[in-house]
Design a protein around this ligand. Sequence first.
Ligand SMILES: [Zn+2]
Length: 104
Amino acid sequence: MANSICPGCKQPFDPDEGSYTEEGLICGDCQDQRVLDGTDEMSSAGDVVEGSFAGGFAAGFFGGCIGWLLVNLLAKGVETKKGARIGFFSGIAVGFVIRALSAL
Ligand SMILES: [Zn+2]
């Protein structure tokens, strides 16, 4: 199989060991360097997952601390986690009000 020329380091490399990127196929060494630099798309911290505030809120509100924990373990969206936190405390507040009312 013919070697490809890496656009990153301009060196010929085995395409089987390369990685596809936005600039095309790059060699394994350049791919490793991108991962180390944090420029690789998969390891990029620049992409923030928004998530669903309402979904997180519902999980925290109705699921209590279990729902909140599950959201923090499973959800990737920052809005989902924020919703779960606020939903959790709202659930506690509503629980206090209900308890106070029922004690009257
Ligand atoms: Zn390269």
